[in-house]
Design a protein around this ligand. Structure first.
Ligand code: PMV
Length: 332
């Protein structure tokens, strides 16, 4: 395999043709929260990760995208009913993603509605690029299977590879240079009562995006060398915990995994710290609740917000401890 496989070459392998089947199409996907995280790219153009990861989808929180072919000078990106300037980083990233699919003489009008705050560490890029991959599949009528859709979404945002599925999803890091085996798979297990609580600390734009944060960590953190093997082990532990419905193992492993990821960021130079004082207070509250016998754990992504993990029997106690928490039970 050629060392420098480009995105265009991969796309040529993935999709059957570039002939639009209609002028307007739609795609919809949910956000996902990683229980064992993706942190670090071994290849940046294709978003190939250094380690596998495992997530849970949050039904009802995500992105709805409508893609229309128009006659215009530029692509148009609308985010939550607002037209973005062409030089907005969000529009530029989309332009870059859409370039290989651009039909000659036509531009894309992309209307995207997020039901999660953008850039708040609630992974809207995951649902965003998964929804866009689905909309492209619909527009061109490619009829791609979920694995191919996962690869297509991954090239927009790594975590989007997992948002093609509902429920638990496992993104295999893969070994190949073309990334054809770096693909997420949906896990069939359900877990009634499994609950996620979103504790919003700050929903403003974060100081450094996940891609830049990852690159900085991979390059300038000595502790990072320990991360890929640990993450790989923890993905397996969480997968087993899901199969056995062992909540303690799942919660402990997920919290340990998130704290380890953040430790690599802090041990980077210059340092990366997404936490705010209130993030730490929330962690301490969670540890106190555990001491009182309420089994709750947390995970955190590239932002200051916490995602709590608990079972339905503790819902009341959690609602009392955290005002304004949003609770989602992915399996009812
Ligand atoms: O998909 P990206 O590039 O936004 O990276 C996501 C990184 C984390 O959210 C921190 C971890 C993960 O696995 O979702």
């Amino acid at each position: 395999m050629n060392m420098n496989m480009t995105k265009q070459q991969i796309i040529n392998q993935l999709i059957p043709h570039l002939q639009p089947a209609k002028l307007q199409a739609k795609g919809e996907a949910d956000v996902n929260i990683a229980l064992s995280k993706y942190w670090g790219k071994r290849q940046t153009e294709l978003n190939l990760p250094t380690n596998s990861s495992l997530s849970i989808g949050l039904p009802g929180l995500g992105t709805k995208t409508q893609l229309t072919l128009i006659e215009a000078e530029h692509n148009q990106a609308w985010l939550n009913n607002q037209l973005l300037a062409p030089d907005n980083p969000f529009s530029q990233r989309l332009d870059n993603y859409l370039a290989p699919f651009q039909p000659s003489g036509l531009k894309f009008k992309l209307q995207t509605q997020n039901t999660v705050p953008t850039a708040a560490g609630l992974a809207s890029s995951a649902s965003g690029y998964a929804a866009l991959a689905l909309a492209l599949n619909d527009l061109f009528d490619w009829q791609l299977d979920p694995a191919s859709l996962s690869i297509l979404a991954r090239m927009g945002s790594g975590s989007a590879s997992r948002s093609i599925y509902q429920g638990f999803a496992l993104w295999h890091k893969g070994e190949r240079e073309d990334g054809m085996d770096s693909v997420a798979q949906g896990l069939s297990h359900t877990w009634p009562g499994f609950s996620i609580g979103l504790v919003k600390i700050d929903v403003n734009q974060k100081p450094i995006g996940s891609t830049a944060g990852m690159q900085q960590t991979v390059k300038h953190c000595e502790l990072y060398q320990a991360w890929p093997a640990q993450a790989e082990r923890q993905v397996k532990l969480i997968q087993q915990a899901i199969e056995q419905r062992d909540f303690t193992r799942l919660g402990e492993t997920a919290e340990h995994n998130a704290l380890s990821m953040h430790a690599t960021m802090m041990a980077t130079w210059p340092p990366i710290l997404y936490w705010q004082a209130e993030s730490v207070s929330a962690m301490q509250k969670i540890w106190q609740l555990r001491q009182q016998g309420i089994e709750v754990y947390f995970t955190m992504d590239a932002g200051p917000n916490l995602k709590l993990l608990f079972l339905a029997e503790n819902k009341k106690a959690i609602e009392t401890a955290f005002e304004n928490i949003t609770i989602i039970q992915p399996f009812g």
